[in-house]
Ligand binder design. Structure first.
Ligand code: 1CP
Length: 378
């Protein structure tokens, strides 16, 4: 389905941006860079705005959510905004009892541990989201209107990462209850994953329809799984989640010197897939229908590219721990990441996971400058 004519990919505002070029597999003249968790606690202006507010209330306030989305773009001149929200927002909107506890993360009123719990959860109708997502649509529209030629990335949690929170009842280290459930009751697991894919897929689609130029699926905790379990118990649901945006396309404006009756070229909205500790899963994570694979800091990009077969645009993989290292150490690391990234068809510089909250924001600005000047050969 072609996105509407006002969408920034169709108006031409973002279709030729460095980010979208790189996501489409073309190496732009200057390498694009953005940071996972670039909005948030590392920014004093974010901390000021958040005083006395609850995280999920902020996510559902279009003015605040769009403002926070814009803060890191203004400050760091990154090549993309990432929509400020959270992976559990669609769960909240469909009626799940979930809160985001400061310093901890998402906490559920009740853990989903049995087939009966799954039946109770999946009785909540994902179609409700089509109206409940209105504040998200509004926030995306506001942010996109301000971003102009800078593309906005929409995002959602992959079914497994969301299921890990649902089954554990909150953050956990090795997601052991979720991994038990998939093996001990595959039918209940399948019902849970299918429902979650529908809920999170609708959240992602709403963001792209409202103006996001790319979509990123975060399967942050997929690295807890073996390749075999990932393929059997997770990949099919991630494919279902992505199917909600896989059909969305835009028309490339004909080049100025091309004959005006030349047929328009349609491109799919690019989809990025990222997880932590997923070095063994990279190929499978591409195969679920993603265009771009995000790589954490554990696998060097030339090796990641080899594992992916040499044809897949990659994103990553500066080690977040080095953001607090002396600049010469960090600079050498970023240059090494860029060098190794040259092996892939195209590369978007990012971190191997999110910005740590105590990061000096000036360091992020210095990385952006370094990536842009080094890649431009200045
Ligand atoms: O009060 C606060 O500041 C709460 C901290 C916070 C923030 C800023 C949470 C709670 N979520 C967010 C925003 C957020 N979450 C964004 C947008 C900001 C940006 O990227 O610039 C995004 C993309 C997410 C996605 C998210 N939430 C993921 C996937 C990405 C990742 O880091 O792996 C996950 C796993 C979550 C769950 C979550 N929400 C919040 C926390 C602290 C956590 C992780 C908890 C845990 O370790 O299990």
């Amino acid at each position: 389905m072609n996105l509407d004519a006002q969408h920034p990919l169709n108006t031409g505002l973002t279709a030729d941006s460095r980010l979208i070029q790189a996501y489409q597999g073309t190496r732009p003249a200057v390498t694009p860079v953005w940071f996972m968790r670039q909005a948030g606690r590392s920014l004093p202006e974010y901390r000021d705005l958040r005083v006395g507010t609850r995280m999920l209330d902020v996510c559902l306030d279009p003015e605040l959510a769009s403002e926070i989305t814009l803060q890191p773009v203004r400050r760091h001149s990154v090549d993309a905004g990432i929509f400020f929200s959270d992976i559990v927002v669609p769960l909240k909107l469909v009626g799940v009892d979930v809160e985001i506890v400061p310093g901890k993360g998402p906490v559920l009123g009740k853990a989903v541990r049995t087939a009966a719990d799954v039946a109770e959860l999946t009785a909540l109708d994902p179609a409700q989201l089509d109206t409940a997502l209105a504040p998200i649509t509004l926030a995306v529209k506001r942010a996109v209107a301000e971003l102009g030629t800078t593309p906005l990335i929409g995002f959602a949690g992959a079914p497994f990462t969301l299921a890990a929170y649902l089954v554990e009842g909150g953050p956990s280290k090795d997601h052991i209850h979720a991994r038990t459930l998939m093996q001990s009751d595959p039918d209940a697991w399948d019902a849970l994953m299918t429902w979650t894919a529908d809920v999170t897929g609708r959240f992602l689609r709403a963001q792209v329809m409202a103006g996001a130029s790319a979509a990123q699926l975060f399967d942050s905790w997929a690295g807890a799984l073996s390749l075999q379990d990932y393929s059997r118990f997770v990949a099919p649901a991630s494919t279902k989640a992505i199917a909600h945006v896989r059909d969305l396309s835009y028309a490339l404006a004909p080049a100025a010197d091309a004959a005006t009756d030349a047929p328009l070229t349609h491109r799919n909205v690019p989809i990025v897939h990222f997880g932590v500790g997923t070095g063994e899963l990279l190929k499978e994570m591409h195969n679920i229908g993603a265009d771009v694979v995000g790589v954490d800091y554990r696998v060097p990009l030339d090796e990641a590219n080899r594992r992916l077969g040499g044809t897949v645009p990659i994103q990553g993989n500066v080690d977040p721990a080095l953001l607090a290292a002396p600049w010469p150490v960090l600079e050498a690391h970023v240059r090494d990441v860029m060098k190794r990234g040259e092996s892939a068809p195209s590369h978007v510089v990012n971190l191997g996971h999110g910005v740590p909250p105590d990061t000096d924001p000036d360091v992020l600005g210095r990385i952006v400058e370094l990536v842009h000047t080094v890649s431009a050969g200045e």
